[in-house]
Design a protein around this ligand. Structure first.
Ligand SMILES: Nc1ncnc2c1ncn2[C@@H]1O[C@H](COP(=O)(O)OP(=O)(O)OP(=O)(O)O)[C@@H](O)[C@H]1O
Ligand SMILES: [Mg+2]
Length: 314
């Protein structure tokens, strides 16, 4: 069964989408079968991975977006999957192993307009759909908006882990506190369905520091975040496994440029001379591999000892 991870932070603009696209791509690059599910109406991950022309064209068949599974048309999640989503300018797939369930702007209707006539909450229906496809993947990654409304609830309910992208600043510390409170409250609210559907009990896998300016001292906010993490662990409010990942993702203009190119960094690193930030993503993906396969009897190497198995060619 797939390891399912929500990329979530109540604070906006911290890099949830940048991490999910780039870490998803790195995991695929290392030979894993990865599905990114876009649960944010902003559709940033979808537009990045599909590029605007293909995403626009898909808007002619709205049932192919994730919202379709909640509407009267009752799409199956499996029918919404864009296989091998990353393509070059001639439309040839360039990253086998990375699939996408795209979002469109209409996903915001889920919060107010779509009438739920399914007899079960949206999150329970979504989880049943995830169960029907999860054997096809090693990792299913959910891109979430910066809130706890219906769409991210679907992601959280279906996840084994939450990965919290954060920036090393005081506001991220406040955001983390709020996230843990909301997470535990939601877990109580959905306990009955969680029990009856045997859904995973999501917990914090770790905090991934993003957008770190090289040469800037971040020890004070990192120490505060670490102290808060330890307090939550002591209080039993989050898993004792949760850590701040030792690998950090640096600030680089190449990340923004990659969006325009509709490519993840791991495929651009060599050609654009921006290998440094691409390596940050690779090391963080290796950390995820390590943390999520621990105890499975597999001896994973530490991040700096692992080499990607697949050479990307463009
Ligand atoms: N490591 C980085 N270096 C430079 N710019 C970055 C980096 N990571 C993210 N950014 C930029 O920061 C902005 C916000 O990033 P992103 O969209 O990934 O955040 P988000 O958490 O998904 O936002 P939202 O809450 O709106 O969904 C984008 O313009 C992105 O290009
Ligand atoms: Mg985003």
């Amino acid at each position: 069964m797939a390891t399912k991870i929500s990329f979530l932070n109540i604070k906006g603009g911290v890099g949830k989408t940048s991490l999910i696209v780039n870490l998803g791509a790195c995991l695929a690059y290392m030979g894993k079968r990865v599905l990114v599910v876009d649960l944010d109406a902003q559709s940033n991950a979808s537009i990045w991975l599909m590029r605007l022309d293909r995403w626009n064209a898909l808007n002619r068949t709205p049932e192919k977006f994730v919202l379709g599974i909640f509407q009267e048309s009752g799409s199956q999640l499996a029918d919404c999957i864009q296989k091998e989503v990353v393509k070059d300018s001639d439309d040839n797939p360039v990253l086998p192993g990375l699939d996408l369930v795209p979002a469109s702007f209409n996903l915001m209707d889920l919060e107010h307009e779509v009438v739920n006539e399914m007899g079960i909450p949206f999150y329970a229906h979504f989880y049943e759909q995830i169960q029907s496809i999860e054997s096809e993947y090693d990792y299913i990654l959910f891109d979430c908006p910066p809130n706890f409304f219906y769409a991210p609830q679907c992601a959280i309910f279906s996840s084994d882990w939450l990965l919290v992208p954060a920036n090393p600043d005081a506001l991220s510390i406040i955001g983390f506190h709020l996230l843990v409170e909301k997470l535990n409250k939601f877990k109580e609210e959905c306990a009955t369905y969680s029990e009856s559907l045997s859904s995973p009990k999501p917990d914090i896998l770790g905090i991934s520091l993003n957008n770190v300016k090289p040469g800037t001292r971040i020890d004070v906010p990192v120490e505060r975040l670490q102290a808060q993490l330890e307090r939550f662990i002591e209080q039993g409010r989050i898993s004792s496994k949760a850590t701040i990942f030792p690998e950090q993702i640096r600030n680089s203009v190449a990340v923004g440029r990659a969006v325009m190119q509709g490519m993840p960094m791991v495929l651009l690193g060599k050609s654009q001379g921006s290998m440094n930030v691409a390596e940050d993503f690779i090391k963080t993906a290796q950390r995820i591999l390590l943390l999520t396969t621990e105890g499975e009897g597999q001896q994973e190497a530490a991040p700096d000892q692992v080499e990607p198995t697949q050479e990307a060619e463009l």
